[in-house]
Write a protein of this length. Structure first.
Length: 313
């Protein structure tokens, strides 16, 4: 039985559904701080769960016979910069609760990290799996501390912790909330709706991006991997493409020739994006558990525009 926290968020909305397809609806308990009337809630067990309540988390895990927690509840990078103390409390408080529950009940845990776990003095091109990590954002600090906690619980208590450093994720089901990479999602919706988009980071801001289907597949693949093959318990670099807003706009123009992009820089999110790598080296994930992205910028753009159009009709 799998418990998903933050299952109404950008990743959670789709991952809970994917896991239900893989393992059966009744074997995936979706949870979030509040209930929404959507497919995730209606297609299988859903509980309202505040991950800041550690004893409630243990009680739920026992009650449902949970053996795996996918921990997605978090404040993302831009939100975390506007309320850093709240971000620390939620991101770290919830993670320690999940790891403590996993220690006590011998659970397997997936904890996402991010390209946000790197800072300005990390090599930006082909960022290594093991390299300097001195992020300058509260979100990045949470991610590095989270990575180290997962490593600690594995080595000290034998908790089966696994994670990936997600690039900016692009999806059409649920929008990201308060992310720096939200432009890479908004641009497809605006292109379809208004044939124009005002981007909040500069045209040459190059970041790792990934289409949600590849991200979902990576989680399932990593969680099913032979634990003996996993050299890293903190988190694996994974990526699908390195792209700038200009790259995305040029790809969209192949489908919507009249599409126009202009720029109105948000200094907070520009500074965050500038501190992150341009392209990750994901050779460790490829070697240890066979990760391989299917969607590049061309394939993602074609699919996103088609799905967003369908969603709007
Ligand atoms: C964010 N979408 O923007 C998240 C993610 C790599 C970006 O961590 O904060």
């Amino acid at each position: 039985k799998i418990l998903v926290t933050g299952s109404l968020g950008q990743i959670g909305s789709e991952l809970a559904m994917k896991l239900r397809q893989e393992y059966g609806s009744m074997n995936v308990i979706a949870s979030d701080i509040r209930r929404l009337d959507n497919e995730t809630v209606e297609s299988g067990p859903f509980i309202e769960l505040d991950v800041m309540d550690g004893s409630k988390l243990v009680e739920v895990a026992k009650k449902y016979g949970v053996d795996t927690i996918i921990h997605l509840a978090a404040l993302l990078s831009a939100s975390a910069e506007t309320k850093p103390l709240q971000a620390w409390n939620l991101n770290m408080g919830s993670l320690i609760n999940v790891l403590e529950a996993a220690r006590e009940l011998r659970l397997k845990v997936f904890v996402p990290s991010s390209i946000g776990a790197f800072g300005s003095d990390t090599p930006k091109q082909q960022t290594p799996q093991v390299t300097i990590q001195r992020p300058s954002t509260m979100y990045g600090i949470n991610k590095v501390a989270g990575e180290l906690l997962c490593d600690y619980y594995f080595h000290k208590y034998g908790v089966d912790t696994r994670g990936v450093r997600f690039p900016g994720l692009v999806s059409y089901v649920a929008p990201p909330g308060g992310g720096t990479t939200d432009y890479a999602v908004e641009i497809y919706f605006e292109a379809t709706r208004k044939k124009r988009y005002t981007c909040f980071v500069s045209e040459n801001t190059c970041l790792d991006l990934m289409y949600m289907p590849d991200a979902l597949k990576a989680v399932v693949q990593l969680m099913e991997a032979d634990p003996g093959k996993l050299r890293f318990r903190n988190s694996y670099n994974i990526t699908a493409m390195s792209a700038t807003p200009e790259d995305i706009a040029n790809e969209i123009k192949k489908h919507i020739p009249s599409f126009e992009i202009d720029y109105k820089i948000d200094p907070v999110r520009q500074a965050i994006a500038d501190s992150w790598p341009d392209s990750l080296d994901d050779s460790a994930a490829r070697k240890d558990w066979g990760f391989k992205a299917e969607f590049g910028l061309e394939e993602m753009t074609e699919d996103m525009l088609e799905k967003v159009k369908k969603k709007r009709s």
